[in-house]
Write a protein that binds this ligand. Structure first.
Ligand SMILES: *Cc1c(COP(=O)(O)O)cnc(C)c1O
Length: 374
């Protein structure tokens, strides 16, 4: 496939692979419902393209982070349940209800507010108001801590008017299957849940699905794995590759031994060689920390990123690539196509999640569907 990107970089997002990943995760968690987490614009890949495909593939529950993300998603999806992980923003109850969004209640005062609202609308004949109830089993981030769950368990009328589905918690260390915290969180979640009125339960994110059936409960909530990030670090990636970032070489320069490359003269050539420049930089979300550390693939050969990543440009040492592959107009791979997103993340000192959510708006985006670019 040759590029069409008007000499800019091209981001290909394989929607068929997202759907394949969804099916794989749903199969793995068979018996539980498989939701999709599409917060942060589907991890940077475009919720407007990703979510409708997942809905068409049978996904009935979607999670976003914020009210505004929920409103945008509701415009695209009429039927499915849409959960707002960050709960009820100040004064946001009416908007949540108007767009049929389901808040994830993270605090007792949110529970009280949603219950009060549910009771008053119940009086007008509306049914129970739905909400998810988030219990904190060890993240110390969002959700009711143990003491507040106990308080609620003593006064279950505090949930009056609310149909809780699901009661949920979030794993802190799921990507490390040997971590003792996984079992601790599962045990605490079970105990807290048993103290509350019966409700369907949800605990597993992407990696949690791979911890085994005990973690699946009624609903699983994968995000990262849908988008090709490895949910089982250290073992082969069971997910299909979704993202490919490519850019055309826009200049090739012969340089002498001891010449320096780029800002700060950060790289010094150990011998005479060739430097190729591609139009991708940190303004595109191609992380500056990849300077002197990352790689590109040119004609099947891995070549190092040398010098600093600039705002709009990145330089590659193509001295060892075949000369006819390292010339102006040839496309190189920067993510995908032999450079796994998790590997790129490792080289950048971060995680695949940050690589994806940082992907900028300047790339030409191509969505692959039905095996061809859409
Ligand atoms: C982001 C998020 C998820 C999805 O996690 P992944 O690791 O991307 O699968 C699930 N649940 C909650 C509460 C989250 O915040």
């Amino acid at each position: 496939m040759s590029g069409t990107g008007a000499s800019g970089a091209e981001l290909t997002i394989d929607l068929d692979a997202v759907v394949a990943n969804y099916r794989r995760l749903a199969e793995r968690a068979a018996g539980a419902e498989c939701a999709a987490v599409v917060k942060a614009d589907a991890y940077g890949l475009g919720a407007d393209r990703v979510a409708p495909r997942l809905a068409a593939a049978g996904c009935r529950s979607f999670f976003v982070a914020t009210l505004d993300e929920g409103i945008a998603l509701r415009r695209l999806l009429t039927e499915p349940d849409i959960y707002v992980l960050n709960g009820i923003p100040p004064g946001g109850g009416d908007e949540l209800a108007a767009h049929r969004l389901i808040p994830v209640l993270n605090r007792l005062d949110e529970v009280a507010a949603w219950s009060a609202r549910a009771r008053s609308s119940e009086a007008t004949g509306a049914g129970l108001a739905r909400a998810a109830l988030h219990l904190d089993t060890g993240m110390n981030r969002l959700g009711l801590p143990e003491s507040e769950v106990e308080a609620l368990a003593r006064r279950p009328e505090g949930l009056g008017g609310i149909a809780v589905a699901p009661v949920m918690s979030h794993l802190a260390c799921a990507e490390d299957s040997d971590h003792p915290k996984n079992a601790e969180q599962l045990a605490l979640f079970r105990r807290l849940r048993a103290a509350l009125p019966a409700a369907p339960a949800s605990l597993a994110n992407s990696s949690g699905i791979f911890l085994g059936p005990r973690y699946h409960l009624d609903l699983v909530r994968p995000g990262a794995a849908l988008y090709g990030i490895n949910p089982t670090p250290g073992a082969p990636n069971p997910m299909a590759e979704v993202v490919r970032l490519r850019a055309p070489i826009i200049q090739v320069r012969e340089v002498a031994e001891a010449a320096t490359v780029g800002y700060g003269g950060a790289h010094r050539m150990a011998g005479p060689g060739r430097i190729a420049t591609v139009p991708v930089g940190y303004a595109d979300g191609f992380l500056r920390s990849l300077g002197q550390r990352g790689f590109a693939v040119v004609g099947g050969v891995r070549v190092p990123i040398v010098g600093r990543v600039s705002m709009d440009l990145t330089t590659l040492d193509v001295s060892l690539a075949p000369a006819d592959e390292a010339r102006v107009g040839v496309w190189v791979d920067l993510i995908g196509g032999g450079l796994d997103v998790d590997e790129v993340a490792g080289l950048a000192g971060t995680i695949g999640y940050e690589i994806l959510t940082a992907l900028g708006g300047r790339y030409r985006r191509l969505y692959r569907e039905g095996g061809t670019p859409a």
